[in-house]
Design a protein. Structure first.
Length: 481
C-alpha cells in the first residue's frame, strides 16, 4: 500500500484506463460487470466455511482428531492472510482483470488436488493453494470498481459495495450448509471438487465481460518495475512471521514457548524492512497516520475472530456434542446465513455506519451469553436462535467495515487496502482455529463450547468499546445523514 497523495514513478495505475466500450453501458455497474466479480468473490469465503461440516468426516477417514483437522482451516487462512494484500498489490500494479483470471486458474487446480488427495497432507496443500487463488478476487474487484468509477465519473454506489459484501457474507454463511449436504450425499471430497466448475464459470464470464485495460508505454514501464515494487522480501518476512505465529497458536494445549521469541524477532525484522522501503508491502507509516483505517482493521479482525470461533466451534459441537449429522448441523447453521444476508442488504441501504457497527457488537455479546447456557439438552429453538444472533452481526460488520475501508483507504491503492482488510479477518480466523483446538482437543464437548463462549463474550465487549469510542465512524455517519 502507498500513502495518500503519493504518486508512483511509473505513472497512474493501468486500471484507470478502462476501454470506452466498457464505460459506454447505460449502467456502468450493471450485471455484466458484477456477475464475474460476484462469482469470484464467493470462492474464498465459501471455501473458508464449507469445510466446517466436513471436518469430522475427514478426520474419521484419515484417523486424525479435531486439533489436526483445524489445520485445514488455518492453512487456508494463512495463505489468504498473505495472499490478499499481495494479490491486491499486483492488481494495483498490473491490472485487476489479469490477476482475477490467474486466481481462478489456481482455484480450479486446487479443487482437483483436494478431490483426488491420497493423504491428509495433500488436503492441507490444496487448502493453501485455494487460499492463494481465491485471494485474487476481492481486492481485484475493489480495484475494478474504483477504476470504473474514475473512468465513468460516477461514484461506486453503496448498493454495489453491498452486493460484494452480500456475496461474500452469504456464501460464508451458506458454506456449512453446503458442506454438510455434500458430505452427507456425495462425500467430503465434493467440498473440494465443487471449485472446478465454479472456477470455469468465473473464467468464462470474466473473459467475456470484465473490462480490459488499454496498455500504454507507461503501463509497460510499470510492469518492468513491478518486481521491485512488490517487495518480495517484505512478503517473505510477513509470511514467516504469520507462519511461526500460527504454529504456536495451533498447539495452545501444549504451547511451544520458544516460538514466541522467534515471532518477535521476525516481526521486528519485518517492521525494520518495511520502514526502509520506499514502496513497502505493508505501508506502516501510512497506517500510523491513518488511524481510522487502522482501527477499522483492528475492529474487523477482532469481530471475525469471534464469528469464526463460533462458526467452526458451534458446527463441530452440534455434530460431536449434540449428536446431529453433518447435514442436520448445516441446516441448523442456515439461519446464520439468512440473518447475515438480511443485515447485509439493510446495512448497504443505510447512510451511516456507526450505529449498525455498535449494534453488531451488542449482538455478538448477546450470542456469546446464549452459548454459555447451551448443553446436550438445549432444544432446537435455542440452537437456531444462537445461529441467528451470530448471523446478524456478521452482516453488519461485513458491510459496515467494507464501506469504511473503501472511503478511508488511499485512492491509488484500494486493492492493497481491501486485501489488508481480509488479512485482518484471516488473522482472527487463524487465532480462532488455535482456540478451538485448545478448548476441544480431540473432541467437541459442551465444556469446550462454554470456554469458547467466555472468550467470545470478553472479546465482544472489547469490540463494543473500540467501536463506540471511534470518532471517525461518528463523523462519517453524521456527514452521510
Amino acid at each position: 500500500m502507498t500513502e495518500t497523495g503519493r504518486t508512483e514513478a511509473a505513472g497512474p495505475p493501468p486500471t484507470e484506463a478502462i476501454t470506452a466500450t466498457a464505460t459506454a453501458d447505460v449502467d456502468a455497474f450493471g450485471p455484466r460487470l458484477m456477475a464475474p466479480l460476484l462469482i469470484g468473490s464467493v470462492l474464498n469465503p465459501v471455501n473458508s466455511t464449507m469445510i466446517a461440516t466436513g471436518l469430522v468426516a475427514i478426520g474419521h477417514d484419515f484417523g486424525v482428531g479435531a486439533a489436526q483437522t483445524a489445520w485445514l482451516v488455518a492453512s487456508l487462512y494463512l495463505a489468504s492472510a498473505v495472499g490478499q494484500p499481495a494479490m491486491g498489490r499486483l492488481a494495483d500494479l498490473l491490472g485487476p482483470r489479469r490477476i482475477f483470471l490467474c486466481g481462478l486458474l489456481l482455484v480450479g487446480a486446487a479443487g482437483l488436488v483436494g478431490a483426488l488427495a491420497p493423504g491428509f497432507g495433500w488436503l492441507i496443500g490444496s487448502r493453501v493453494l485455494l487460499g492463494v487463488g481465491t485471494s485474487a478476487a476481492y481486492p481485484a474487484a475493489m480495484a475494478l470498481l474504483r477504476a470504473q468509477s474514475a473512468a465513468t465519473g460516477q461514484e461506486t454506489p453503496r448498493t454495489v459495495l453491498g452486493r460484494l459484501s452480500l456475496a461474500s457474507l452469504g456464501s460464508a454463511a451458506v458454506g456449512p450448509v453446503l458442506g454438510g449436504l455434500l458430505t452427507a450425499t456425495v462425500g467430503w471430497r465434493a467440498i473440494f471438487a465443487v471449485n472446478v466448475p465454479l472456477a470455469l464459470i468465473g473464467t468464462v464470464l470474466a473473459l467475456l465481460w470484465l473490462p480490459k485495460t488499454r496498455l500504454t508505454p507507461a503501463d509497460g514501464a510499470r510492469e518492468r518495475t513491478a518486481r521491485g515494487m512488490l517487495d518480495p522480501l517484505g512478503v517473505l518476512l510477513f509470511s514467516a512471521t504469520l507462519t511461526t505465529a500460527m504454529i504456536f497458536l495451533m498447539n495452545l494445549e501444549r504451547p511451544n514457548w520458544a516460538l514466541l521469541p522467534a515471532v518477535l524477532v521476525l516481526a521486528a525484522a519485518l517492521t525494520w524492512w518495511q520502514l526502509r522501503r520506499a514502496r513497502p508491502f505493508i505501508d506502516l507509516r501510512m497506517l500510523a497516520r491513518n488511524r481510522a483505517l487502522t482501527v477499522t482493521y483492528l475492529r474487523h479482525g477482532a469481530a471475525y475472530l469471534i464469528i469464526y470461533m463460533v462458526m467452526y466451534g458451534y458446527a463441530q459441537w452440534l455434530e460431536e456434542g449434540h449428536g446431529y449429522s453433518p447435514s442436520h448441523a448445516g441446516l441448523i447453521m442456515l439461519p446464520m446465513s439468512a440473518a447475515a444476508a438480511v443485515c447485509s442488504l439493510l446495512a448497504a441501504r443505510t447512510k451511516g455506519i456507526y450505529a449498525p457497527l455498535v449494534l453488531a457488537a451488542v449482538l455478538l455479546a448477546a450470542g456469546s451469553a446464549l452459548l454459555l447456557l447451551a448443553d446436550d439438552a438445549t432444544p432446537l429453538a435455542g440452537l437456531l436462535l444462537a445461529a441467528v444472533l451470530f448471523g446478524l452481526p456478521q452482516g453488519l460488520f461485513s458491510t459496515g467495515n467494507q464501506a469504511a475501508v473503501y472511503t478511508q483507504a488511499p485512492r491509488e491503492s484500494v486493492g492493497a487496502a481491501a486485501g489488508l482488510q481480509r488479512t485482518s479477518q484471516y488473522l482472527g480466523a487463524i487465532t480462532a482455529a488455535g482456540l478451538i483446538g485448545l478448548f476441544y482437543g480431540q473432541r467437541a464437548t459442551a465444556a469446550g463450547l462454554h470456554g469458547i463462549a467466555l472468550v467470545a463474550g470478553a472479546l465482544s465487549l472489547a469490540v463494543l468499546v473500540l467501536t463506540a469510542t471511534d470518532r471517525a465512524l461518528r463523523t462519517r455517519s453524521a456527514a452521510l445523514t
